[in-house]
Design a protein around this ligand. Structure first.
Ligand code: ADP
Ligand code: MG
Length: 326
């Protein structure tokens, strides 16, 4: 199975940041409220994620490391939702096939924590009792040690870490109640306290700066089954020009052209061409109305009713901007 896992890994695991994304999403799915991410050498050397989520029971550890083992499909409705989000139950198996991985976990109702690691040609899973608090730690060391072709594509430590930080920023924006600590080579780079349900804008301020929050237009609206919540500013007001455009569709970070296009159009209608949007936009549409690209590493989405979504955004944003300007 190792070869099949490595082939799958080629799709799931592009670079250290994609490992971080899959692991942190698993921690969030497990209901964690605190997630610590330790990175060594841009993730080439080590990616370690520790959470306080529900954990994995002793007799499910081995299964969690095998392909197409997902505990997340309980009903047909789930299946539809999950397919649309791109869950495929192969992240852990893929990551363990291209790194030296140990998985340590303790569900609250289990006395003992257990640690699993794969070894040998056939990647047999070995289990040992260890000490560990409630929750899960995944330690993936020496990424791509056995796939030199892929290792060659890794960029510098700094660049790979930048990608990891971008991923954490995105995930932290859309999960403001979860606390995060991100460390690189032992040094704390981000420390984000879990925020209260109603304090989404505080988390946005933590990440994009108070100035952005203070100067942006807030918008919350819906049309039929489409919902939108947004903080709308301009690039001239934020610290750096390149990474202040964040859109989320059904809670997932997407680099979406349609949303960007609609925002540009609304800004242009309100202010003329000079303003470039800086924004955090949360869009929610029924799961059946979107196709998320099946490629798990991409962040693209296709709306069934693209025109409708686009025009709704243009309308809502231009109205909010001009009301705010008045
Ligand atoms: P998927 O997330 O698509 O189900 P993964 O390969 O990412 O597949 O994970 C496999 C399974 O391992 C998950 O379905 C879940 O049951 C379990 N798992 C992985 N990470 C965690 C975690 N941090 N906490 C609890 N369970 C986890
Ligand atoms: Mg997963």
């Amino acid at each position: 199975p190792q070869l099949a896992n490595q082939i799958a890994a080629g799709e799931v695991v592009e670079r250290p940041a994609s490992v971080v994304k899959e692991l942190v999403e698993n921690s969030i799915d497990a209901g964690s409220t605190q997630i610590e991410i330790d990175i060594e050498k841009g993730g080439h050397k080590r990616i370690k994620i520790r959470d306080n989520g529900q954990g994995i029971a002793h007799d499910e550890l081995e299964l969690a490391l095998s392909r197409h083992a997902t505990s997340k499909i309980a009903t047909l409705d789930d299946l539809e939702q999950i397919l649309s989000l791109g869950f495929r139950g192969e992240a852990l198996a893929s990551i363990s096939s291209v790194s030296r991985l140990t998985l340590t976990s303790k569900p609250a109702n289990q006395e003992q924590a257990w640690q699993a690691h794969c070894h040998g040609r056939d990647m047999a899973v070995k289990l040992n009792p260890v000490a560990h608090p409630n929750g899960t730690t995944i330690d993936a060391a020496d990424l791509f040690y056995n796939t030199p072709a892929r290792r060659k594509f890794l960029r510098t430590e700094k660049t790979e870490f930048q990608h990891i930080d971008d991923i954490i920023k995105r995930i932290a924006l859309s999960h403001h109640k979860v606390g995060f600590i991100l460390r690189h080579n032992g040094k704390t780079v981000r420390k984000l306290a879990g925020r209260a349900e109603q304090d989404k804008s505080k988390r946005i301020g933590d990440l994009l700066g108070q100035k952005f929050i203070g100067n942006s237009t807030y918008l919350k609206t819906d049309y039929d089954s489409i919902k939108m919540e947004a903080w709308l500013g301009s690039l001239s007001e934020v610290r750096s020009s390149n990474d202040c455009q964040f859109s989320f569709v059904n809670g997932r970070g997407m680099r979406d052209k349609l949303i960007l296009h609609a925002l540009r159009q609304a800004y242009e209608m309100t202010w003329g061409i000079a303003e470039q949007p800086a924004f955090v936009v949360f869009l929610s549409v029924p799961a059946r109305d979107v196709d998320v690209n099946v490629h798990p590493a991409k962040h693209e989405v296709r709306f069934q009713q693209a025109r409708l979504v686009h025009d709704f955004i243009v309308q809502a944003v231009s109205q909010a901007l001009s009301e705010d300007a008045a």
